[in-house]
Write a protein that binds this ligand. Structure first.
Ligand SMILES: Cc1ncc(COP(=O)(O)O)c(C=O)c1O
Length: 385
């Protein structure tokens, strides 16, 4: 929790803003990379989670590569100094200019998500006079036991190619002469807290890789995606996510067979180091008796609660009251779903108090919008305080 002293220093900055704890980011990266090195795993950071330049600088200094999901994310990663040979590019709908750009940059792999995409990447590679390394993003049909809005690997999902289709069209894929199919990729969803899901994922990957090998694909790497969840309920209890457990599960259950194993974590790297600091504008009570606290942030700074009912722990960091009240915390946007918490217990909260919305470093600033022509939220870093 932020100390009273820090909270008072925050008053120097105009709210709302994202506050990033750079020491916690360093600790998180040290934890992830030290265990990954033990097993020889390759880590990419899913830049969609947060592309703040100072965070990227620290992430790069720890030797991670990048997983990107658009041409602009790829450009951002290159401008931040990431090596193209450490960048993978997934995405169900890559535009023509984005595919051509990725081919020109010579990135590690384009993770292809449909037969038509494979054909187009092959055609554009031919046009560029190149042979391009790709991974097949396969939909393994796994329930990741998470919020259904963020699961991506069930049979009916838009992501990846069904295993049946790969089997049926294996010869066609092998005939695409400007592609080198060197990897298999999957990403089954985000905020996975039931870690046994990763064990199940390994069994699926083992079977798929065995089958791909028997079909004549010579795979050099397996990319098992991201998805490791964080503790949104009690962030102080688990500021650094449990990388050791997930790597140990993968190490025990994945048949590696000399291949490189890649991961693409986003949330687990940056979620806990960021919080959204906002000021209370007004209090009011509805006709039904509900006490509303209206803050100066909204879904335009942090859309996760409105978009998929995500929970973030909220605290009043400046109130000195000893009296607790139950409040609904709402934002400024002209949308009824712009609610940060329907019912949270806080010390008596008044205009001007500072509120923190925690665990907001991932998919917060990167999903911000200019709806209602709000300004995009600025960043404040712990070393500025
Ligand atoms: C292909 C891919 N890889 C990695 C990630 C990162 O997931 P997470 O932030 O849960 O680690 C995502 C998230 O959407 C993704 O789509």
């Amino acid at each position: 929790m932020l100390s009273r002293q820090v909270a008072e220093k925050l008053r120097a900055f105009e709210t709302p803003f994202y506050l990033y704890d750079l020491d916690l980011l360093e600790q998180t990266l040290s934890s992830a990379t030290s265990v990954a090195q033990r097993y020889g795993y390759v880590l990419h950071y899913a830049i969609k989670a947060n592309s703040d330049p100072r965070l990227l600088e620290i992430i790069r200094s720890h030797g991670l590569g990048i997983d990107c999901a658009s041409g602009n994310e790829l450009r951002c990663a290159l401008e931040a100094g990431f090596d193209p040979s450490m960048i993978v590019y997934a995405g169900v709908g890559k535009r023509d200019k984005e595919i051509r750009y990725a081919i020109a940059q010579g990135i590690f792999a384009i993770n292809c998500e449909s037969m038509e995409e494979l054909e187009i990447v092959n055609a554009f590679a031919k046009e560029a006079g190149k042979v391009v390394t790709v991974a097949l993003r396969i939909n393994p049909d796994i329930d990741p036991k998470t919020n259904h809005c963020i699961d991506t690997g069930q049979a009916d999902s838009k992501f990846g190619i069904s295993w049946e289709e790969v089997l049926e069209k294996a010869d066609f894929i092998k005939g695409l002469s400007n592609l080198r199919v060197k990897g298999m990729h999957l990403h089954i969803g985000s905020q996975i807290r039931e870690l046994h899901v990763f064990e199940y994922l390994c069994h699926k990957v083992n079977a798929i890789v065995d089958n791909l090998s028997s079909l004549g694909f010579e795979l050099d790497f397996v990319d098992v995606g991201g998805g490791l969840g964080i503790n949104y309920d009690f962030p102080e209890n688990e500021p650094v996510p449990n990388f050791a457990s997930v790597f140990s599960i993968i190490n025990s259950h994945l048949k590696v067979g000399g291949r490189e194993v890649h991961f693409e974590f986003g949330r687990a790297i940056v979620a806990q180091c960021g919080e959204l600091i906002t000021s209370v504008l007004f209090n009011k009570t509805t006709a039904t008796g509900r006490k509303l606290v209206i803050v100066d942030a909204s879904m335009t700074e942090l859309i996760r609660p409105a978009l998929y009912g995500a929970y973030h722990s909220i605290e009043n960091i400046t109130s000195t009251s000893t009296k607790n009240e139950r409040y609904t915390i709402v934002g400024t946007a002209c949308e009824s779903t712009d609610v940060f918490d329907e019912s949270v217990g806080l010390p008596m909260t008044r205009r001007g108090d500072l509120i923190t919305i925690k665990s907001a470093g991932a998919y917060g600033a990167s999903m911000a919008s200019r709806y209602n022509l709000h300004d995009l939220p600025p960043s404040v870093y712990s070393d500025q305080l």
